[in-house]
Design a protein. Sequence first.
Lengths: 293, 783
Amino acid sequence: MRYDLSLEIGSDYAHPVSTARHVLRVVPGTLADRQTVRDLSLTIDPEPESRRDFTGFFGGQASGFVLRQPHQRLTIRLSATIEVTRPDWRGAEASPLGDLREALRRTASVAPESPHHFLGPSPRLARIAAPIAAYAAALAGEARTVHEIALALMHRIHGDFRYDPKATDVETSAETAFALKRGVCQDFTHVMIAGLRSLAIPAGYVSGYLRTLPPPGKPKLVGADAMHAWVRVWCGPEAGWIEYDPTNAMLAGEDHIVAGFGRDYADIAPLAGTLKGLGGQNAFQRVDIAVAD
Amino acid sequence: MKNEHVARGEGPHLGDLPLAYRPKPGVRDEMVDGNGLVRAPWRNLIRTLSASGPHELGERFARAERYLRDAGIHQRDYGGGPSARPWPLSPFPVLLSEEEWSGIAAGLAERATLLESVMADVYGENRLVAEGLFPPAAIAGNPRFLRPLVHVPPRGGHFLHFLAFDLVRDPAGRWTVLADRTEAPSAAGFVLENRIATNRAFAGLYDRSTVERLAPFFASFRDGLRAHLGDNDERVAVLTPGRQDPTYFEQAYLARYLGFTLLEGEDLTVVDGELLVRTISGPKPVTVLWRRLMGNRADPLELDENGLAGTPGLVEAVRAGAVTMVNALGSGLLETGIVAAHLPAIARHLLGREPLLPAAHPVWGGAGAAVTEGKHLIGPALSGLPVFERNSGFRKAEGQSLAGDPSAVAYPLLDLSYTPVFEQGMLISRPLIVRAYAARTAGGFRIMPGGFARTAAGEEGDLLAFHEGGRSADLWIVGSRPVPAISLITAAEQRPVLRQAGNLPGRAADNLFWLGRYIERAEGALRILRAYHARLAENGHAELPLLASLTAYLAELEIDTAQPVPDMLIANIDSAVYSAGNLRDRFSPDGWLALTDLQKTAHRFREKVAAGDDAAHAMTVLLRKLAGFAGLVHENMYRFMGWRFLTIGRHLERGLHMTLLLAHFTHPDAPEGADDLLLDIGDNVMTHRRHYSVDTTRTSVIDLMGLDPYNPRSVLFQITEIARSVRQLPNSEESRMRLRADMDRLEGALAKEAAGSIEWSRFKTLEAELEAFSDALALAYLT
């Protein structure tokens, strides 16, 4: 499937901001056998005094830029054409949970794809709250495969949680979201990662985009009007990584476009920044993904 | 026995020990061997000491104490309450022979090189993980592993430049490495201070010519860092977490000693990959950063988002290869127990043999290796704090299994050696840990011939004894021949260097400016309060119109005359101390001492001084102390950019003070006695008498205190001085040129005024103009 992606992300400030430094992590990259990115365009308004692009540890594209003229609005516009192939997840080859520890022990690597990075703790998931651990433990069993456990947890979260953009914000912890049983994709994702890690299953955060308009006859997916997030799980040495979208109770498929991977939100926040000003800001995001002809 | 040893020339023994020192039985003593004989490196010292009585020794050791107190080292007093230095000095040194030390030094240099290789592998190819020498958890599960630094080659090719090692002597007498300090090792500055203080104690008593000197080590470290600089504009800076850090004083001391700029994260900015310090003449490149800030706190954008003491964009500068980090960000990983547990195998693997120096490595619980026998210390696997530090989280355990707990490590419970410690007039035997230092120089790692010796507070001979604190002592490496004297000035430094006008960071300029203002504000308040209380004492009650007018005037400045030593006065003095505390690298110890003395006295007076005569006298005492500080600064401070901001601050505040006073007390409604009061406050009574053959009139007062160009308290004098200093500031930008023009114009206009034609409201306008100038100055230079 081929998509035209357009993103507008930024902030309105109540008072002029004199200087600001940001790191932007929204640009999808080409992933072998999964997505190909073409005709990429990225503009930043106001024009940065300096901008340096780099690749993050987990492979995502990032841009660091500095603004040193007073501004009350920052707008970043991204457009690209992306060819997505449905990932061929190998859930049937997933390891039983009981074998995972030994499989990890034999994985002598700390390369970015290594599961060892995703066992926690990580910046936003420094401690796993006992209620989340108990919630996940109820679904676990030594004989069940990691894939079965991840699917079960995904469905359980999808069933128990209500999608409610007003209930949480980007700073909300997994623990709070879990207590509320409400939130957005970021919260669902964090809760699921926390639950899996409490079972010593390597789990990470995927930031990306979701097709806005459904194919004819299918319902519109939730979370498509902003950037999306879902979970990646290491299901053992044979199955490798598989991605689960707890917001929509589905595996990541042809409708999911990857912007980057991280251990949690902090590693891959779309727009992070430090700025000098009197404070008061209102962040905005608009995403449009149309099927290209 | 006794006579035999003496006859064989083996020197002093138990009976000759100073202050009747007795080694603790059953442990290894650094000074006295198992036969009660003084060990070779100590013999000369003990012979000399035996000749002096206990009283003289006490006197001498008190001298060392006094040095540290005078240097302001004994207190971490940044304007708050006095709190003791974490490791107070025992002026009795620890001695090791040059021969033994050279073995240790060779071992440490080897270890430093080994650690460099491990760093390069962890942030590079990760062969150690692939070959099974590191469990992946030691890296991927380690919070001190900083992912953004992976595959970022360090500028200049090296990760590690300045290291420390904590060493203990095991029961077999071998020195053993207990901990590697790779992140931002502290206390090297205390080593220098301990050396100076200890030297004071032994001056004229003991020939120290065979003791290895410290200066050459620091000189070669400094030169090693400077070798990373490019053109003349680039600089080395010390990055401090700030004054609230327990070792801030030491950081400021080292920066001053080595001639580096002391900076906080907010002084720095990164533009297009270049690390710049904001100075009063614009941004200047910092190409070597010796950080005393934890790596993960160094950049809130790319590292720990809570690291607000850091500099957003620092990682970008590192990635761009624009800055040499001392040490590389992420080097703290090497301090964690889980890494230490695997170093012995890695050392053997990389060296192909056992390392020269043994190390007391922990066992990691995740390796499946159980610790079941004997006593040991169990603690966190991912903490970087050495076992013996308070809060390290280590506790004693016996026969406990660690298997299956990857979050824990266990250290063997070592028996330490003991050394004499001087405490409360006695020499007592205490366990010893030595911190040694390695610096990268042009010729590889060089080991400081000396170190930071620490002794435990308690008698217990294990590492946990240090949790209760203790004392530090100087470490003397004693050779057989005199050591040549080398000063810290090297050949490279003897070339004339052009002064860098832009060396003053904007934040330092801001602190100097405000120090000047607070000091002057305090002085202004003291003078008025003294005048008030003197008149109150004369009059007996506060009903006099002049006193009521003074009370109203002071109330506008939030000074309450009902308080004999008003809170606002104290607050001004505290603020001055606070500003000065941010400038410890720019202040002489004398100046700092005078200022904190003023503060302490003011706080004491607040508790006990009564209104009237008592208060007037107290204000005189405080004025004298304040003048003492101002005098020290005036006599000793280098007349450059920093001085100018301090001067502008003082004159600006005095100008504001005088315009306010004149506006209030030359007002037509001012009460009787206002003119004389003004002269009194301005210290101008005598001058007025000499200059004017008339009684005090409003016109004569305005002439003398407003317009006299030679009166150091007149408004015109302040404006002239400000204008003079502003003319000497860097002034490339338009806003700065305007600042200068504005001040010149103000000075010209006021010089033309005549006393008879000027009235109170003119001073109101002047006050507003000075306030506007202050804002414009801050905007042009201080942000």
